[in-house]
Design a protein around this ligand. Structure first.
Ligand code: ADP
Ligand code: MG
Length: 363
């Protein structure tokens, strides 16, 4: 990419020189504008293509402001709106949130229900006792079985939430919201909508494991890489169609280390224990929130059940890599995977999604 840019710059310089010599004024193309923000515990990079610099910087600044606000409002363990809502739920009180958070909770409730509760942001207490409500990875002993079993027995679920307009209450005081499994995807959906509203037609938003695009990169699509979970490198590249999102849930970045054994930060709500057996799941979709939620749900579902859960959640393009390095992909994903450096790190096994899976009825 860098080499390509340098070559492009050199040829532009040559053109400009020729134009001066000929006495002709040559319009300069708009430069790529790139800015980075630190939100959601990760770097979010926004890059525009073919947009005048002033317009791009103004739009990106607005989006950056919105992302900081969201980061604050949706934070699971720092003072903010979500923390206030969690306190109200624990007390059995109703709480009024802003419209964006109400919409996010409605979407999360729907996705949790469709996943059969494998993705369920209501399990905040479990995530907290595993030590993931901190900026650094937890260490030490795993929580006692009695604590985990007692939390699971209280069955906190998103479908316990009653959301009317912007008023939120829960039938179950054990619900504690942690939006970490889909907040990044939902935030990039909102950020992309903001950029479009500002008249930006071509951009990419990249947030560690999550990418969302608007339009194209000139004549070609935006092309992104899926990281290899086992070594420095990539599994494959994907050329994103306009307005697509690609989210990867991985167990190689955040985990609980006990005596050299890694426990995932993705918890199986059925057992209260970290899921096992999978190192990464990538989902390509037109909704960032759904892709992100599904990547988490399919990690919990595991190697046997994920196709059924993908079908129930309405996602079609999925890639899964198991602990032993086996790569599985749905036909829709396989068609989009482009080998990098001559091939994939292992054969890609194509898995069809079941047909006729009916999404659960979500009250
Ligand atoms: P990443 O943070 O790597 O993008 P995920 O999107 O899978 O990974 O989100 C993992 C986060 O989601 C955890 O850190 C935790 O806050 C939360 N979480 C863990 N397990 C679940 C689950 N089963 N359902 C919903 N949220 C979960
Ligand atoms: Mg996720």
């Amino acid at each position: 990419m860098t080499a390509g840019r340098t070559a492009l710059r050199l040829s532009l310089a040559g053109l400009a020189l020729a134009a001066v010599v000929a006495g002709v004024r040559l319009a300069q193309p708009d430069p790529d504008i790139r800015e980075t923000f630190f939100v959601f515990g990760t770097l979010v990079e926004i890059e525009t293509r073919g947009v005048p610099e002033d317009k791009a910087r103004a739009a990106i600044a607005k989006v950056g402001h919105r992302l900081q606000q969201i980061h604050h409002d949706w934070h699971a363990w720092r003072p903010g709106r979500l923390e206030s809502l969690n306190a109200a739920i624990a007390d059995g009180r109703a709480f009024t949130v802003d419209p964006a958070l109400a919409d996010l909770l409605r979407e999360g409730r729907q996705l949790a229900c469709a996943s059969g509760g494998l993705f369920d942001p209501a399990i905040g207490r479990l995530i907290e006792v595993w030590g993931f409500h901190a900026d650094t990875p937890p260490e030490g002993a795993a929580p006692p079985d009695a604590v985990l079993d007692a939390l699971v027995a209280r069955h906190p679920r998103m479908t316990d939430l009653r959301i009317s307009g912007t008023e939120v209450r829960s039938d179950n005081p054990a619900v504690q919201l942690d939006l970490g499994a889909y907040a990044k995807g939902a935030a990039l959906d909102l950020a992309a909508a903001d950029l479009r509203a500002e008249g930006i037609e071509n951009a990419v938003l990249n947030a560690g494991g999550g990418v969302q695009v608007i339009g194209r990169h000139d004549a070609r699509p935006w092309r992104v890489a899926i990281r290899d979970p086992f070594q420095w490198g990539v599994v494959a590249a994907v050329s994103l169609h306009p307005d697509e999102a690609l989210h990867t849930s991985g167990n190689y970045e955040r985990f609980f280390d006990q005596g050299g054994v890694r426990f995932s930060h993705i918890i199986d709500p059925r057992s209260g224990r970290p899921m096992q057996g999978i190192v990464s799941v990538s989902v390509l979709d037109t909704s960032g929130a759904r892709a992100d939620a599904a990547a988490t749900a399919l990690s919990v579902a595991g190697p046997a059940d994920w196709p059924k859960v993908a079908a129930a959640m309405g996602v079609h393009a999925v890639m899964m890599i198991t602990d032993d390095g086996t790569i599985y992909a749905t036909p829709a994903m396989k068609a989009r995977l482009e080998p990098v450096d001559g091939g994939f790190p292992a054969p890609v096994h194509v898995v069809d999604l079941p047909t006729g899976v009916v999404s659960p009825d979500c009250p």
